[in-house]
Design a protein. Structure first.
Length: 210
């Protein structure tokens, strides 16, 4: 592909593309260019910080640069913009033949966000996601449904077993206090939820675990 749009659903995991042998330095330079591209929805993070940039390969024979992106979820509306930005940055850096492809296996997880990325999120007032293993270990949240009509004598129904362990707290990115609560499962983007700190009373967004 010579245009900016992503193609493909799964690609090899090797560091080279084609039959030519690329200089490792060439791959490192191309990676550095692609890794610096900011995420469209979380511009304080680069694609490398977010863990979306999966691989960059350089064909030693043709000089073709191929970048593989792993979207945060299938159908993410920002993928096309990410691909276009990576394509544009690489071409501006002197790579005339650029291909941007998608890699869906293995899928993206919030665990791929780097420590630097988590620090940048907190500095921007956004709580980073908790480790997915710790959240899963806490088990499902019990949801009890009451009567649907006033005066209906029906027993409440529990749809899930109670949590067997406490989920890790969500510290406030502003004051650091762990006394926080979720206000809405949906924030300004699909990957974030709206929370509030009971200590400083400030609302904040949190990246949801995936």
């Amino acid at each position: 592909m010579t245009g900016p749009g992503p193609t493909g659903t799964a690609e090899p995991t090797g560091g080279t593309v084609g039959t030519g042998t690329a200089d490792p330095t060439a791959r490192e330079l191309a990676w550095a260019v692609a890794a610096a591209v900011p995420d469209p929805e979380l511009p304080m993070l680069t694609l490398a910080d977010l863990g979306v940039l999966a691989e960059v390969g350089v064909d030693g024979g043709s000089g073709t640069v191929t970048a593989w992106l792993t979207p945060t979820y299938s159908g993410c509306p920002a993928v096309a913009e990410m691909a276009a930005d990576v394509d544009r940055r690489l071409r501006a850096a002197g790579y005339p033949d650029v291909r941007v492809r998608l890699r869906l296996d293995p899928p993206w997880s919030t665990d791929l966000i780097t420590a630097e990325g988590r620090r940048k999120l907190a500095e921007a007032g956004i709580a980073p996601p908790r480790p997915t293993a710790a959240v899963a270990a806490a088990g499902p949240v019990a949801l009890t449904l009451g009567p649907t009509r006033t005066g209906t004598a029906t027993a409440p129904t529990t749809l899930a077993a109670p949590r067997t362990a406490a989920a890790p707290p969500v510290p406030c990115p502003r004051c650091g206090d762990a006394d926080t609560e979720e206000l809405s499962r949906f924030g300004s983007t699909a990957c974030k939820a709206l929370w509030r700190c009971r200590a400083c009373r400030e609302p904040f967004e949190r990246v949801k675990e995936i």
